[in-house]
Write a protein that binds this ligand. Structure first.
Ligand code: HEC
Length: 127
């Protein structure tokens, strides 16, 4: 009995760990994220991730500057992946769940590697 429980718990932990990590942030995956970002995100977030896309001026709240402001939903890969999957209620940041999971991870790693480095050093605001 104990062995079964240990086994089940172990499997759950491993599944959790695999999800938490997502696919590795390889250069190829990040490049894929860049392509997708250009198509799907630049209109609002801007090429430099600074929130100056052509559509941004009309938005309230406006997209934050990824380079300087902490992500309110957290800046771990898991947190950004979740933001992309569920969107941010109360903003025009919609869910991108229609994009394949791999593409959402690619975007996650692209955003964090390219823009999120400086912001990541600041403590993320808790909501
Ligand atoms: C229609 C405009 C729009 C589009 C398109 C858009 N976003 Fe957003 N996004 C926003 C706004 C507005 C917010 C909320 C303000 C903020 O947190 O920057 C936001 C928030 C975010 C956050 C927030 C984080 C946090 O935790 O505070 C991330 C990450 C993000 N967007 C990534 C993306 C990615 C990647 C794409 C492309 C797949 C995308 N967004 C497409 C407008 C947009």
């Amino acid at each position: 009995m104990r062995a079964i429980i240990t086994g089940v718990l172990g499997a759950m932990l491993m599944a959790g760990a695999a999800h938490a990590a997502g696919p590795e942030a390889t250069p190829a995956l990040i490049e894929k994220g860049k392509t997708s970002f250009t198509t799907n995100c630049v209109p609002c977030h801007g090429e430099k991730g600074d929130g100056t896309g052509v559509a941004a001026a009309a938005l309230n709240p406006k997209p934050r500057n990824f380079n300087t402001e902490p992500f309110k939903n957290g800046n771990t890969p898991d947190a950004v992946f979740k933001t992309l999957t569920t969107g941010l209620p109360g903003t025009v940041m919609v869910a991108f769940a229609h994009l394949p999971e791999e593409e959402r991870w690619a975007l996650t790693h692209y955003v964090l590697e390219t823009f999120g480095k400086k912001a990541a050093k600041k403590p993320a605001k808790k909501r």
